[in-house]
Design a protein around this ligand. Structure first.
Ligand code: HEM
Length: 411
């Protein structure tokens, strides 16, 4: 974590920190001369490191803006072109995440993000199953990339699903996020073309005086049950361990698998439910996220507790019960979504919902068993429609001087 990151975190944790950052120029980007650019607040100056054991954008706090974009390698492009592309993308991501403009190359800087600092920008890269065929690297395709099974809630649009390459961009400033998106698209040059793109958002950091779990577009506090980095089994659940026994997949050590689902919310139906019914669908209170078995947001759910009428306080089909690790043989994932709204459909209903992204060391011990179970009897399912799906292997972070995916592409 850099000095700016620390300052940023401290600033975001309290309104006073933000004011200080803005008025006093307390951050690393502060300017003292009158003709210098305006000082940045902690929002603008917060920098996430590009290099590290893991790629950024996995354990990074949720950002206010997100772009998800999948690319297919261009006809004729193979391993060599893919390696050059990952090298270009990594170099651009590193500069932009540091708040620096691009310095030439295919994409000269557009100036869109000038004045805004790094704004917690993260750029994360992943490979879809088809990438390995295109690059002649099928021997290195990990079993975790086997296709997801079909689910009854699926209404998947193939054109907005899958892809050879996947890029997740997040930032706390919309211009910074768009700037990175343009850079990534332009650096793709002749090597890859956009297959699909989705745009999302979350609450702006600093809007609340202390960091709070985000809400989704159904109004629920969403993310409470996530594994926490301080948990002793966090790494084991979220990141792929070095195997030692099988060199073919060594390149994925420190990496993770991202399952990406565009889940439309049928908001007109949902909003007709009285709040009490909405709470029983999830098993948690809407106002504060506390389990219906009592306590506060962080109190563990008591799945066996019954009310005076003998009925379970957290109903049998409640979403939080069905998806809980204790009911799924410990299956857990780190959910790190963005909300989306793509306007109104012709029937007047909002095309809105969740860009559900979950991270796990093994999709067969994370998303798959949980979604299977949700598919069979989740009280939330009638209000959702899974419209697009992707599964990507996300390599570990690049070491200094390395580009993302180098250990695979130069294996
Ligand atoms: C738009 C779709 C969805 C919405 C609105 C939604 C909403 C919620 C809410 C409000 C909670 C309770 C608070 C929390 O622990 O975060 C929750 C928990 C959870 N959800 Fe979802 N969810 C959705 C889709 C999914 C999917 C597709 C999966 C995985 C297949 C999933 C897995 C989980 C898990 C693992 C928990 C935590 C359970 C626990 O720790 O006890 N959710 N969800």
């Amino acid at each position: 974590m850099s000095r700016r990151r620390l300052l940023g975190t401290a600033g975001a944790a309290g309104a006073t920190g933000l004011v200080l950052g803005a008025a006093g120029g307390a951050t690393g980007y502060a300017a003292s001369q009158d003709d210098a650019p305006a000082a940045l607040t902690s929002v603008g100056s917060t920098e996430v490191m590009f290099h590290g054991k893991h790629q950024p954008g996995i354990t990074t706090p949720l950002q206010a803006r997100g772009h998800l974009v999948a690319f297919d390698l261009a006809p004729g492009a193979g391993r060599k072109e893919a390696a050059a592309l990952m090298r270009r993308w990594s170099a651009a991501a590193q500069r932009l995440m540091a708040g620096e403009p691009l310095n030439g190359g295919t994409a000269h800087d557009t100036g869109i993000a000038l004045d805004a600092g790094p704004s917690s920008l993260t750029v994360t890269f992943g490979f879809g199953a088809t990438f390995f065929e295109r690059t002649g690297l099928t021997g290195h395709r990990p079993p975790g990339l086997d296709p997801l099974p079909p689910f009854s809630a699926d209404h998947l649009d193939a054109g907005r699903s899958d892809g050879d390459l996947w890029v997740q961009i997040g930032a706390d400033d919309a211009l910074v996020a768009f700037h990175a998106l343009r850079a990534v698209q332009k650096e793709a040059a002749a090597a890859a073309t956009v297959r699909w793109q989705m745009d999302g958002f979350n609450r702006t950091p600093g809007a609340t005086a202390r960091p709070m779990t985000a809400r989704n577009l159904m109004g629920q506090i969403d993310g409470t049950g996530n594994p926490q980095p301080a948990d002793s089994d966090f790494d084991q659940r979220v990141f792929v361990a070095a195997r030692g026994d099988d060199a073919a997949y060594d390149w994925l050590a420190g990496g993770s698998y991202a399952v990406v689902r565009r889940i439309r919310m049928l908001l007109d139906d949902w909003e007709k439910l009285p709040v009490k019914r909405q709470e029983r669908v999830i098993g948690r209170r809407k106002a504060d996220g506390a389990p219906l078995s009592g306590g506060t947001e962080t109190t563990a759910m008591d799945l066996d507790k019954a009310g005076p009428d003998g009925k379970l306080l957290i109903p049998d089909n409640a979403h939080a019960r069905i998806s809980s690790p204790e009911r799924n043989g410990g299956a857990a994932m780190l959910r790190r979504p963005f909300s989306y709204h793509d306007g109104m459909s012709s029937d007047g209903t909002p095309d809105a919902g969740l860009l559900f992204i979950c991270w796990q060391a093994d999709p067969l011990r994370g998303f798959v068993p949980v979604q299977r179970k949700l598919d069979r009897g989740d009280a939330l399912s009638p209000f959702l429609r899974h419209e697009a799906s992707g599964l990507f292997a996300v390599p570990g972070g690049a070491a200094d001087g390395e580009y993302v995916g180098q250990r695979l592409l130069e294996a």
